[in-house]
Design a protein around this ligand. Structure first.
Ligand code: PLP
Length: 359
């Protein structure tokens, strides 16, 4: 790690591997002999089309995306998908099930209510748990079942893919995409804003089972129409070229870490190390229930707002940034995505133990 870099625990945009940044830096004024930056290229140029195609291929390989699924590179963030999912999928029956296990799923459901009737498949009082399969309230006539695999703010994560029979599953994987292997064939649609685990802000990845596209509501804008974007190969308008290039570099880096399975091992090791350090203190409480704990966002608190503040302030002096919890829940949150190195988590664990002794 270059010694002028901090350990950045931001929930997103979040840190990228130093090697990826250095490679982007080396290529920034002249990409591969083209005499220009990727930022300056026509998205229809040969040079960029190769970047685009190679990135598609690398991403599909890493996530093992099967035939029959399209990968789209869009803009609009995770938030635009809150609208795109219902606009494109709600038409089947006019109804959808939403597993509201956190802030972002709640926002998604609210958007979907504009286009159909939604049911909360996981009514709960506090967002500290993930309901088991047999607790899900499933409707046989839902157009789709929606959930968010990792609740970024609350620090909870689904450790299984819900079984919903013939109802397609749509999933927001913004904060855990490519942090572990998944069986894409269990999903109808997966989407992720790239700025947490994969690339800079501005790119949204959508993986969609092809037969689900083309049934959009008539009011669906062309730019929000999955079928239209599939037909135009994500290039109906200018795609986020630079971010797609950065995703390609990140895919190379992930490959060097052993792919999805390799990075999962590292992610589990980092998270377990931090959870164990926190559990070993008298001062800190973990916010999520044990079975629901996220391997990406570790949420904790002291129980005293004053001490939480003190912890956050002291952590900045130690060279850690962004450990303050989301304003809606308070406490602390350490986001330890793919790019957070083991040394960052080790340093945080040492700091947690030291702070516990001294307070
Ligand atoms: C950050 C986040 C979003 C919102 O993403 P934007 O790209 O900012 O629109 C949605 N869902 C999840 C799970 C997130 O973590």
């Amino acid at each position: 790690m270059a010694n002028d870099r901090v350990f950045n625990f931001s929930a997103g945009p979040s840190m990228l591997p130093l090697e990826v940044l250095q490679r982007a830096g080396a290529e920034i004024t002249n990409y591969n002999g083209s005499g220009m930056s990727v930022m300056e290229m026509s998205h229809r140029s040969k040079v960029f089309m190769k970047i685009f195609d190679d990135t598609q291929e690398k991403f599909r390989k890493l996530l093992n995306v099967p035939e029959g699924y399209k990968v789209l590179f869009l803009q609009g963030g995770g938030t635009m998908q809150f609208s795109m999912v219902p606009l494109n999928l709600m038409g089947a029956t006019g109804k959808a099930d939403y597993a509201v296990t956190g802030h972002f799923a709640k926002l998604a459901k609210k958007e979907a209510d504009k286009y159909g009737t939604t049911t909360d498949a996981t009514p709960m009082d506090a967002f500290t748990a993930i309901p088991a399969q047999d607790k899900l309230k499933l409707s046989a006539d839902a157009s789709y079942f929606y959930y968010c695999s990792n609740n970024t703010i609350e620090g909870t994560q689904w450790q299984y893919v819900p079984e919903t029979g013939s109802v397609p599953v749509a999933c927001d994987m913004s904060s855990d995409i490519l942090s572990r292997p998944i069986d894409v064939s269990k999903f109808g649609l997966i989407y992720a804003g790239a700025q947490k685990n994969l690339a800079p802000a501005g790119l949204t990845i959508v993986i969609i089972r092809e037969d689900l596209a083309g049934k959009e509501l008539p009011i669906t804008p062309a730019i929000m129409n999955y079928k239209h974007m599939i037909d135009k190969d994500s290039m109906y308008n200018t795609p986020p070229c630079w971010c797609i290039y950065m995703l390609g570099l990140m895919c190379d880096w992930l490959e060097s870490q052993g792919g999805a399975a390799g990075i999962e091992k590292l992610n589990i090791k980092k998270a377990n190390m931090l959870y164990e350090a926190l559990e070993g203190t008298k001062l800190f409480q973990l916010s999520a229930q044990k079975e629901a704990r996220s391997f990406m966002n570790v949420t904790f608190r002291t129980g005293s707002d004053e001490l939480d503040d003190k912890f956050v302030k002291a952590s900045v002096e130690q060279g850690f940034t962004n450990l303050k919890g989301h304003r809606s829940v308070g406490g602390m949150r350490a986001s330890i995505y793919n790019a957070m190195p083991m040394e960052g988590v080790e340093a945080l664990c040492d700091f947690v133990r030291k702070f516990d002794k001294e307070n």
